[in-house]
Design a protein around this ligand. Structure first.
Ligand code: PMP
Length: 436
């Protein structure tokens, strides 16, 4: 009997080893990691360069408490991150995961507005659906009632606006009027709440788990930036899932050429080699907070040298392999293959995404976008069938009654076209079994 309790209803096999895009259970069965875990293992498993870098770091030191030592590993990684970040975002605070990165942004934002004599600002507007993490601060700005409901009385009430879902509202996502329509909901919310109470707005540049790789409509992200500027609201990009090249650009927001005030990174940044996340912040914000007495926040493992050495090596692997551009190319190829399946399976109502942040959605009726009945439990059934067939994909059903079941197909960014074919064949077989 296992003493562990995780969230799967049936026990999963014991992982024996993993290499590239493949994972092997103890009984020898091979699985294609078609979701990179939870969009984490961006450069594949057991990359020798990363393992070597980690071994080398282990020989030097495995821990140095951040208030006692700087480490070469964290300095080097910070430098590499800042070199890729938008201008002015030149301060990095390392953490051990996505929720910690989000919490750090909320705490820095609050301490910054205090230094500006704007202590009335504390509200963080977010979107529904959205997922920003499981700690109580990050959860308070998460728009997903299945995750938040038990904790409602324990959390701050934070305002939310709908995430744009043009395809459900019958709007043209390529028409800038659509982007304006949704972005202006932020302006209205700021006005309703009282601009002097609103501290920040948080958004994923391309939707992740909650919306299923939903790409914002034309003009949306740019208008969001304008609105934040007009009302003195800080803009936080949650790039926990999109950061590190997954969408075909290093930061997801590069697609929209907008820059935030704060960025949260994790997942593909440590790429499964080490628990690693980061807040990237505007230098002047950090300076103001430090001058006013320092950043009241911190995690014991922050800046862990082993994790930073892994992160640094991961970035080198991404660069040397041209994996960001490869992710863009393979994302197009994957979407092509999924659209091929869409022609044969009317159940697939939508295929979407950017780069290798790719998803499809099942619907009862493609024309009306009517979801499959909840009782069908499509999101977990199809995942289980694919799993039995040796393909791991990631699913959610987050829209409640008005929702559909969506599936993220996000293999490591090293995936080849032949491997995409292999994945598509398994998916094809799994869909046929699902329909039977
Ligand atoms: N933000 C986003 C966009 C995420 O996708 C996630 C994880 N799914 C988080 C934050 C939280 O990250 P973690 O699970 O590492 O705490």
């Amino acid at each position: 009997m296992s003493h562990l309790f995780y969230q799967t209803k049936s026990p999963r096999p014991v992982l024996h080893r993993a290499e590239g895009i493949y994972m092997y259970a103890e009984d020898g069965k091979r699985y294609i990691d078609g979701s990179s875990g939870a969009m984490v293992s961006n450069i594949g498993h057991s990359n020798p360069a990363v393992l070597d870098a980690m071994r080398a770091q282990m020989e030097k030191s495995t821990f140095g408490y951040r208030l006692h030592f700087q480490t070469e590993a964290s300095e080097e990684l910070a430098e590499k991150i800042v070199a890729r970040a938008p201008e002015g975002l030149d301060k990095v605070f390392f953490v051990s995961g996505g929720s910690e990165a989000v919490e750090s942004c909320l705490k820095l934002a609050r301490q910054y507005v205090l230094t500006q004599g704007e202590g009335t600002r504390y509200k963080v507007i977010s979107r529904y659906p959205s997922y920003h993490g499981c700690t109580l601060g990050a959860l308070a700005i998460t728009g997903m009632s299945t995750m938040t409901a038990p904790f409602d009385p324990m959390m701050a009430r934070m305002p939310k606006i709908p995430a744009p879902r043009a395809y459900l509202d019958g709007l043209d996502a390529d028409d800038p009027a659509t982007g304006l329509h949704y972005a202006n909901m932020l302006e209205q919310k700021i006005l309703d709440e009282g601009p002097d109470t609103v501290m920040a707005f948080i958004v994923e540049p391309v939707g992740g788990a909650s919306t299923g790789a939903l790409v914002p409509p034309a003009g949306y992200m740019q208008r969001i930036r304008e609105i934040c500027d007009a009302y003195g609201v800080l803009l936080i990009h949650d790039e926990v899932m999109t950061g590190g090249g997954r969408t075909g650009t290093f930061f997801g927001a590069e697609h929209w050429r907008t820059a935030p005030d704060l960025i949260c990174l994790s997942k593909g940044f440590g790429a499964g080699y080490a628990p690693l996340g980061a807040m990237i912040a505007r230098g002047d914000m950090v300076e103001a907070v430090m001058e006013a007495g320092g950043f009241v926040h911190g995690f014991t493992y922050a800046g862990n040298p082993l994790a930073c050495a892994a992160g640094s090596a991961v970035l080198d692997v991404i660069d040397k392999g041209g994996l960001v551009a490869h992710s863009a190319r393979m994302g197009d190829k994957l979407a092509e293959r999924l659209r091929g399946l869409m022609q044969r399976y009317p159940l697939i109502g939508d295929v979407r995404g950017k780069g290798l942040l790719t998803a499809f959605e099942l619907m009862a009726d493609r024309a009306t976008k009517e979801p499959l009945p909840k009782s069908l439990n499509a999101h977990s059934r199809l995942v289980d069938i694919a799993y039995d067939n040796g393909l791991i994909i990631y699913s959610r059903r987050t829209r409640g009654g008005t929702s559909g079941d969506h599936f993220l197909v996000c293999p490591p960014m090293i995936v080849t076209e032949e491997q995409l074919d292999e994945m598509t064949d398994i998916l094809d077989r799994s869909l046929a079994q699902f329909m039977a």
